[in-house]
Design a protein around this ligand. Structure first.
Ligand code: FAD
Length: 417
């Protein structure tokens, strides 16, 4: 019988940890190399749509996520200046019926902690900044800033949008600045009198800008993210703090109850938004990519982390099923994942334009479409994302060796590097 492979995962974010849990559940030996001194996440919210929850269900984590998450009754879209409702679509219960799982919002740190707890401490190597990957048909090797290195049957780059693994495998290519900046903050719900802040998932649409807010940590905290088109700042750090006045000046003319929320955070973080063009391959030799390193996308359809979660599950399923042909398994993983993630990158770009329309006439057409879509037989999301939500990683047909060999044959004849 073939030996179980040993996998080195570079990056302990949501993508890397999900891949680690999925592989560990299948009895595959893993090690996680994270550049930070601890496994953790920044203080911000995250929306996990039904497709991601189904992946975690398949990893027996749904109950833990339900405990840390929040399921809103409605998804509401409002106008920026007077708060009038453009659309109000039921979520709670309906999404489970339509898409097979709930839509949960949560604190990133809570999710990361759930994932970390599934893994023994011995798999983590902290303060391990990868600087280079070397790979062949039989092994892959990661080198670290402190001069150490590790060799594994497979190296998985889960090191985010500025991925060193991606650069090492496919050469340098700068991420694309999208001309958008966003601010985020968290505020305790009990900082407001009852009824001031809706517990619905809420989005305000304005010219060249939108703001979303939703509850996290079982409903205790309100998370907001305010997006605006601007090229005044291009830094991209998850931990860049800024002044409250920056946010309040930008949104001064917006709906007053929303301003009460935006003005109430203790800390404000900002970052510029980047994405990348889809790659035409993710793997080389015995190294591959998951999450933002493979397919960094704009957050406008809320699928970046959800796709990373799906990647982790599928990668583990494919490697467990084809342990005696790991190169073929990586080619098959790519084949399963690339079309869907490519569509997510492109849809997120298009959605950004639709959200930030400036012409009154175009806004009116968009608003009427949003208001009527789910009532006139469109999908039940109100924002036409049902085809993403309906997907179930665990139901994806298991790869057959015949499928894998045909992928290998095509790859051998390919002129790509
Ligand atoms: C404003 C905003 C809102 C978003 N909202 C949502 C949402 O609601 N739903 C959703 O699905 N997605 C959302 N996303 C996208 C989501 O945050 C990302 O897609 C997701 O975090 C990607 O996870 P990852 O593990 O691939 O990368 P990351 O989260 O970037 O993690 C990478 C990890 O690798 C480590 N690392 C980096 N380089 C190295 C190195 N050289 N060596 C070792 N370790 C390294 C990092 O320290 C980090 O721990 C949002 C994004 C933004 C910007």
């Amino acid at each position: 019988m073939a030996r179980k492979p040993r996998i080195a995962i570079i990056g302990g974010g949501i993508g890397g940890l999900t891949a680690a849990v999925a592989l560990h559940r299948r009895g595959i030996e893993i090690e996680v190399f994270e550049q930070s001194a601890k496994i953790g996440e920044i203080g911000a919210g995250l929306a996990l749509t039904p497709n991601a929850i189904k992946a975690y269900r398949a990893l027996a984590l749904e109950a833990e996520l339900t405990a840390i998450g929040f399921e809103a009754d409605y998804q509401v879209v409002r106008n920026w200046d007077n708060g009038s409702v453009i659309s109000r679509v039921p979520r709670k219960g309906i999404y489970t019926r339509e898409f097979g799982a709930p839509y949960l919002t949560m604190h990133r740190a809570d999710l990361v902690e759930v994932l970390r707890r599934q893994l023994p401490d011995r798999v983590f190597h902290l303060d391990s900044r990868c600087i280079e990957i070397e790979t062949s048909d039989k092994w892959a090797r990661a080198r670290f800033a402190d001069g150490s290195e590790t060799e594994a049957d497979i190296v998985v780059g889960a090191d985010g949008i500025h991925s060193v693994v991606r650069r090492s495998l496919f050469g340098p290519e700068a991420p694309r600045f999208t001309g958008c900046v966003c601010w985020r903050g968290l505020v305790p719900l009990d900082a407001f009198p009852p009824g001031v802040i809706s517990s619905d998932g809420t989005m305000y649409l304005g010219p060249r800008s939108h703001v979303i807010h939703y509850l996290v940590r079982g409903g205790q905290l309100v998370n907001f993210v305010a997006h605006v088109e601007s090229d005044a700042w291009t830094g991209e750090s998850w931990t860049q703090e800024c002044e409250r006045s920056e946010v309040m000046e930008t949104y001064a003319a917006w709906y007053e109850p929303l301003l009460r929320l935006l003005g109430s955070a203790d800390r404000y973080y900002k970052w510029a938004l980047y994405d990348r063009n889809p790659l035409d391959r993710w793997s080389k030799g015995r190294a591959t990519l998951v999450g933002d390193s493979a397919h960094a996308m704009l957050p406008y359809i809320g699928q970046g982390a959800c796709m990373a979660i799906e990647d982790g599950y599928i990668l583990a399923a494919v490697l467990a099923q084809i342990p005696d042909d790991l190169g073929g398994a990586l080619a098959h993983y790519e084949r399963l994942r690339m079309p869907r993630t490519r569509r997510a990158i492109l849809d997120a770009r298009a959605r950004g334009q639709e959200m930030h329309l400036t012409s009154r006439w175009a806004q009116l057409k968009r608003n009427v479409k949003m208001a009527l879509h789910h009532r006139l037989g469109g999908d039940k999301t109100g924002i036409q994302l049902g085809s993403f939500y309906a997907y179930d990683v665990a139901a994806d047909p298991p790869p057959s060796l015949a499928q894998v060999s045909s992928v290998k044959t095509r790859r051998a004849g390919s002129s790509r590097p």
